[in-house]
Design a protein around this ligand. Structure first.
Ligand SMILES: [Zn+2]
Length: 289
């Protein structure tokens, strides 16, 4: 039995908390066997309280990664124990299935990635070599690595939940993710003239793609999801979005190890098949194939 320790920031109705805890308990039960004995769950009335909390926490623990505190739900284990943070006003704005899918996704993280080792990754050799060859800054290499790690972890969670028959809520959750945000579109608009910008924009969307792939492969609804995936990346040039989806499929077949091994595998494939061709485009005038 998993013990859930609750904290609350702002005004939130007790019934709302109770119904989310019930959903979490049901999910921990169905995802047995696992080793989560204790999980901290923090309820925030709104995103700005959640954002302030993480600003303070990052300072306190010296966290330098790009954790995006604009997400409505966050899982981390910076203190060694799994911790889930939820912005209640954002969950309330979602449809019921997508909100359930979001909460279950974080439960999945707490089971698979609930200790600090899942937040510390060495730079894979393939990425370091690419960085040296293409003169990428350390900050840029770190950002790409961070985006790869969150994509790999999301793939693992999606695979776990889908394998335990959480289908409708996970598909709805992923359909929401696949729609490009205003930030995605703006970033692309600002950065796409430069190869490094293109690599960063593509890396930023890997998470959404890899979350969808376990369901695309296994679901009878996969045709609907295929269309969502294609339209979700349609603001990229067609050959680039096609290549991204192909590489995503290749990753999902290759990632059969531990999280750390999967990050290595993903970095190797991404560097060779996606990043190097993009970064080499300008100098060799070569189109990616
Ligand atoms: Zn996630």
């Amino acid at each position: 039995m998993t013990r859930i320790v609750v904290s609350k920031y702002g005004q939130i109705r007790n019934e709302e908390i109770a119904s989310i805890l019930e959903l979490m308990n049901e999910t921990y039960e169905r995802l047995q066997p696992h080793e989560v004995e204790l999980v901290d769950v923090q309820f925030f009335e709104n995103q700005s309280l959640l954002r302030d909390f993480f600003r303070r926490e990052k300072r306190r623990y010296g966290i330098t990664d790009d954790l995006d505190s604009e997400f409505p739900a966050i899982h981390e284990a910076w203190r060694g124990l799994p911790r889930i943070s939820l912005s209640i006003d954002r969950l309330d704005q979602m449809n019921d299935l997508a909100a359930k899918g979001t909460v279950r996704h974080e439960v999945g993280h707490s089971i698979l990635h609930g200790s600090v080792e899942y937040y510390i990754f060495e730079i894979p050799e393939s990425l370091a070599k690419l960085g040296a060859k293409r003169r990428l800054s350390t900050e840029c290499i770190r950002s790409i690595l961070y985006l790869i790690t969150i994509a790999v972890k999301d793939f693992e969670v999606s695979y776990l939940l889908f394998g335990h028959e959480y289908k409708d809520d996970q598909i709805t959750y992923v359909m929401d993710l696949l729609k490009p945000s205003t930030g995605d579109l703006e970033s692309w608009h600002l950065a796409n003239a430069h190869a490094v910008g293109r690599v960063l924009c593509i890396s930023g969307r890997l998470k959404d793609l890899l979350c969808a792939i376990p369901m695309m492969r296994a679901s009878s609804d996969s045709r609907i999801l295929d269309e969502y995936v294609i339209s979700g990346f349609s603001y990229f040039p067609p050959e680039l979005s096609r290549k991204m989806i192909d590489v995503g499929m290749e990753l999902s077949n290759a990632m059969i190890g531990s999280t750390h091994q999967n990050v290595q595998i993903a970095a190797n494939i991404l560097c060779e098949r996606l990043f190097e061709p993009i970064l080499g485009e300008h100098s060799t005038d070569r189109k990616i194939t």
